[in-house]
Design a protein around this ligand. Structure first.
Ligand code: CP
Ligand code: NVA
Length: 309
């Protein structure tokens, strides 16, 4: 049966854990698995800019024995003349999976409706689930587990990263805290979905407006840009509204002494995080970035195997 990965809770707790285990295996033996041998092609489509996602999918698909086809939407019919559904019907005749970075989550849902090959969300306005697999892998590498840890996200609670932390963290049994100004709180429906999952996994979801309270005793402190792609016109207002949520050494000192700092990158040093933190000893950002490669290879291998069972 075709499985898609459009949002973090498309995976059950057991499935998420299986993919993280597989990510460790593909990291330990990078060229051992060739589920895309042929080479089979994977379409990787970008409506928005990217460095990490573009490179990690291109390299990962090649590592798996396949051939990445990077498509920039501006040079395709998608987004203008052709619907996601029709695009998917055509692509599935030629490619083994579709990876798409886009704006509206609904576009990904339409793409998935139109195809029997896996569709993967490579970032939408609402979620960034591939990044969360890499983040969870990074956290698990440090702590040896996910369940029961406390992870605090600070800044734009309505961003794709914060909302993915709510869902993926809940699936993993994490105590997820999100601290943001009220006007940038996560969407109610995402919070209630995360709450319902957390109730079954032993995790929890707590929203804060006070960044100091949110960070107290945390195992992991996370932030992301205050100005996500597509929000550039709101830049001045966002910077003013979120100024109190900057991750400083003072804020980090309230987390556990063993706490790590994560950021999906790209970062605006001096805005959402001080250079002393992101470039300091608690920062795990480079391992986090590398783990995109391993986590996504595991995800693709897992989705392709599910399609054959
Ligand atoms: N973290 C992340 O998705 O980075 P890119 O925008 O460079 O792909
Ligand atoms: N929240 C950021 C993530 C970038 C990888 C954005 O959407 O621009």
């Amino acid at each position: 049966m075709t499985r898609h990965f459009l949002r973090d809770d498309d995976l059950s707790p057991q499935e998420q854990s299986e993919i993280l285990d597989l990510a460790v295996q593909v990291r330990d033996d990078r060229w051992a698995r060739k589920p895309l041998a042929g080479p089979q092609t994977v379409a990787v489509i970008f409506d928005k800019s990217s460095t990490r996602t573009r490179v990690s999918f291109a390299v990962g698909i090649a590592d798996l024995g396949g051939s990445p086809l990077i498509i920039t939407t501006a040079n395709s019919q998608l987004g203008g003349k052709e619907t996601p559904y029709d695009t998917a019907r055509v692509l599935e005749r030629m490619v083994s999976a579709i990876v798409w970075r886009t704006y509206a989550q609904s576009g990904l849902e339409q793409m998935a409706e139109g195809t029997t090959v896996p569709v993967v969300n490579a970032l939408s306005d609402d979620f960034h689930p591939c990044q969360l697999l890499a983040d969870l892998l990074t956290i698990r590498d440090v702590y040896g587990r996910l369940s029961g840890l406390t992870v605090t996200f600070l800044g734009d609670g309505s961003s794709n990263m914060a909302q993915s932390y709510l869902l993926a963290g809940a699936v993993a049994g994490v105590h997820v805290r999100v601290a943001s100004p009220q006007e940038f709180a996560p969407r109610d429906s995402v919070v209630s979905d995360a709450d319902a999952i957390a109730a079954t996994t032993g995790g929890s979801i707590t929203l804060y407006t006070d960044p100091f309270e949110a960070v107290a005793g945390a195992d992991v402190v996370v932030t992301d840009t205050w100005v996500s792609m597509g929000k550039e016109e709101e830049k001045a207002h966002r910077i003013a509204a979120m100024a109190d949520y900057k991750v400083t050494t003072e804020l980090m000192s309230l987390a556990k002494p063993s706490a790590i700092f994560l950021h999906c990158l790209p970062a605006d040093r001096g805005y959402e995080v001080d250079p002393e933190v992101i470039d300091g000893p608690q920062s795990a950002i480079w391992n986090e970035a590398e783990n995109r490669l391993h986590a996504q290879k595991a995800l693709l291998a897992w989705l392709l195997a599910k399609g054959q069972s």
